[in-house]
Design a binder for this molecule. Sequence first.
Ligand code: SF4
Ligand code: SF4
Length: 109
Amino acid sequence: MTQQSNSAVTDESSAVTCATCKACCCKLEVMLMGDDDVPEEFTVQDQWGGWVMLRLEDRWCAALDRKTMLCTIYERRPFICREYQAGDSDCLDERKQLSLPVPADMVPD
Ligand code: SF4
Ligand code: SF4
């Protein structure tokens, strides 16, 4: 990653919205914690016996509405999803890995 593109991503942080991202973080593995209360049909056991959000063949979480790209269990989404904030470092890393375009008004001169 070049210095210029790094600075572009940093500048992007103030303009990051999920609307320009198509829920790329909802393709990540989401481990479930003890207090999570997720509908059972959206969960699956991993190879180590832990519980995670089920992902479908397109790799997105089973709880994601494919048309709206919104979480269908927003009020009951797992702790990890609640902690994951648009614009924070994890979010920016994810966007950077996917080479998401920087909004035109945020490209440095
Ligand atoms: S939180 Fe970040 S990575 Fe997740 S959908 Fe929103 S902008 Fe994309
Ligand atoms: S539970 Fe909701 S916010 Fe969390 S990964 Fe699935 S669709 Fe995304």
